[in-house]
Design a protein around this ligand. Structure first.
Ligand SMILES: [Zn+2]
Ligand SMILES: [Zn+2]
Length: 220
């Protein structure tokens, strides 16, 4: 077996701990595995690392747009290694890579998932989906073995990333609601950066009568 990321041969480690058990299938070598840093809960609302209580960004959100998002839960730090990983996975279409993170991602997800939650992807415009071949948010839902429920759709403009953070926060909502629900929703995406995207989505869901929105993202 070779490592999914660096293609080095993986040598299973035998320890007294796993000596009597069938070794779990390793898909990453230990060097790559240790580059992914699991997040310890930092900010109570968004998981930002190295934070006690609520971070400045979340305070800003709660002050200006209270209660849109109950919280964000993430799995790994979005460090340099993770950035390379995402670039390979998302922009260069190295789809299989995501499987390397499955065990941790599923574990973290199951810790928070509650059976009456609806799992919704963040939509990509059709144009982007065609260009990239897949929607990263749906790929994560697939990894979680969950069924995506399409509640939102993207309007036709997608120039968000060129604007600054606070311009983005106040800019027009890029989504529109296609189905309103009365159950809690978990929005799933690959990365939480400013939190704008998930809050745009959450605001529409809430206007449509959804009682609670949580986001689940792999990287933070
Ligand atoms: Zn490796
Ligand atoms: Zn925060």
């Amino acid at each position: 077996m070779r490592c999914l990321i660096c293609h080095e041969e993986i040598f299973p480690r035998i320890t007294w701990d796993n000596f009597w058990r069938i070794p779990e299938k390793e898909v990453l070598c230990s060097e790559c595995k240790y580059q992914f840093l699991s997040l310890k809960p930092g900010c109570e609302l968004c998981f930002r690392v190295g934070q006690n209580g609520v971070c400045e960004d979340c305070k800003w959100w709660e002050w200006n747009h209270p209660g849109l998002l109950t919280k964000n839960i993430s799995v790994f730090q979005y460090n340099e290694f993770a950035k390379d990983f995402v670039a390979r996975w998302k922009y260069r279409g190295d789809y299989i890579l995501l499987e390397a993170l499955q065990r941790h991602v599923v574990e973290q997800f199951n810790r928070m998932k509650n059976s009456d939650c609806i799992i919704a992807p963040i939509p990509l415009s059709e144009e982007r989906t065609v260009e990239r071949g897949f929607n990263q948010s749906e790929a994560v839902i697939q990894l979680l073995n969950q069924t995506p429920c399409h509640l939102l759709e993207r309007k036709n403009t997608e120039k968000q990333s060129k604007k600054g953070r606070y311009a983005r926060i106040t800019s027009d909502n890029p989504f529109k609601l296609i189905e309103s629900v009365r159950q809690p929703v978990i929005l799933v995406d690959d990365i939480y950066t400013t939190g704008t995207t998930v809050r745009h989505a959450a605001s529409l869901l809430k206007q449509g009568g959804c009682p609670e929105v949580i986001s689940f993202t792999i990287f933070r």
